[in-house]
Design a protein around this ligand. Structure first.
Ligand code: CO
Length: 188
């Protein structure tokens, strides 16, 4: 790194001023910075199993508040991935312990979209659609959080996006559910 860019670490030491918050899955195949091609210092990252943004989770909320109030990020990306083992584990009916509680919100998403999901005959395709629906739900969670609402109210510009990454080809599918205002959120 120092050979390619002699000033790299000096600049990094100066400050962290990322414009982006990434909320993604802990899966080792979905590394945030590498996927979007950003250097250290450019992306604030929060990862957990199945990229959830639960409104009662103090860890996620602390990250969100710091990103919005202190770092003043412009974009928040909720990034799921196709074939997510967390999403699969949420709905396969097997008992695993604590993680079953963590994954409960995904079972709620499945329940809400039961008719759409039941109409998909292929198991993998149904799971991938649930990965998308989960991302959309988490976008809604983030965008409806009070920290984001207060930021919008004081004129701060924040967009919340929903993406799903494909392990198969390395491409990102933008679910086009971006929310930039209270009006967008009401329409979602
Ligand atoms: Co995953």
């Amino acid at each position: 790194m120092i050979q390619m860019d002699p000033g790299f670490f000096k600049r990094l030491e100066g400050q962290q001023a990322p414009e982006y918050l990434w909320i993604g899955c802990s899966d080792s195949r979905v590394p945030a910075n590498e996927i979007v091609g950003l250097d250290p210092g450019e992306l604030f990252v929060h990862r957990n199993v199945a990229n959830l943004a639960p409104p009662q989770d103090a860890n996620y909320l602390s990250v969100l508040q710091f990103a919005v109030d202190v770092l003043r990020v412009r974009h928040i990306m909720v990034v799921g991935h196709y074939g997510c083992g967390g999403v699969r584990a949420a709905v396969d009916g097997k008992r695993r312990g604590l993680v079953d509680h963590w994954l409960h919100p995904i079972r709620e998403v499945r329940q809400d979209y039961r008719h759409e999901l039941d109409a998909i005959s292929d198991d993998n395709q149904r799971l991938d659609r649930l990965c998308e629906l989960n991302v959309i739900r988490q976008v809604r969670n983030v965008a409806s959080d009070v920290f984001v609402a207060e930021a919008w109210a004081r004129g701060q510009k924040i967009s919340v996006h929903g993406w799903v990454y494909s392990l198969g080809n390395g491409l990102i599918n933008d679910l086009e559910c971006s929310v930039q205002s209270q009006a967008d959120l009401d329409a979602l």
